[in-house]
Design a protein around this ligand. Structure first.
Ligand SMILES: [Fe+2]
Length: 204
């Protein structure tokens, strides 16, 4: 009788250990992957038909002819690193492959490079209509809440000119150009911040 009870106890402990193992494997990727990988924001391809991204004025600092590059970060550049990923859609939520995106912004001190192309660059969406921008958090400059400027254009279609803003920025509500539809929700990433944003263009 005693031997049988011991066998049952042994079996129950084994089952409990197996259950713990299976639960840890099931929860796996987030728990097992290195933290840096687990924290990267995966853009959601969610698109609401007809919800076109609003335009915002270009401002005085746009320069055409920016270099083609997905990363605007240069060695020694001060500021918090920021990675923005997302998609470009039409208003019927068709992915727009090869869409042109031209970003420009102030540096961490709130200064634009109007002589050269620092913190300016363009890129094209890939075969899945996705883009990735690596940059630094823009600083404030007088009269404006922090923002990133961007022009987005489907091949041979009109240009959308707009700006992206940062959730929680104290000056958002006092900035006349601020639009809540253009907010980036920041998440902590391994080397700074990350966010996602999908652009929806005025085309079918
Ligand atoms: Fe600006």
């Amino acid at each position: 009788m005693g031997k049988q009870r011991a066998r049952w106890k042994c079996l129950l402990i084994s089952l409990a250990l197996l259950a713990i193992f299976l639960v840890s494997v099931y929860q796996g990727p987030a728990a097992i992957l290195p933290q840096a990988t687990a924290q990267v924001q995966t853009p959601s391809a969610t698109c609401i038909p007809g919800r076109v991204t609003p335009s915002v004025t270009e401002g005085p600092f746009y320069k055409s002819g920016s270099p083609q590059r997905a990363s605007l970060v240069e060695p020694g550049m001060p500021g918090t690193k920021l990675v923005i990923t997302g998609y470009v859609f039409s208003k019927s939520c068709r992915p727009v492959v090869g869409a042109w995106l031209d970003f420009w912004q102030a540096d961490a001190q709130g200064t634009y490079d109007n002589a050269g192309y620092r913190l300016r660059g363009h890129q094209f969406t890939d075969g899945a209509a996705r883009y990735t921008l690596e940059t630094v958090m823009p600083g404030e400059y007088p009269g404006r809440t922090p923002h990133i400027h961007v022009k987005v254009m489907a091949p041979n279609r009109p240009v959308l000119t707009t700006q992206l803003y940062f959730a929680g920025a104290a000056q958002n509500q006092s900035d006349a150009l601020f639009r809540p539809e253009l907010l980036l929700q920041l998440h902590n990433a391994a080397s700074g911040k990350s966010a996602t944003f999908n652009f929806v263009l005025e085309l079918e």
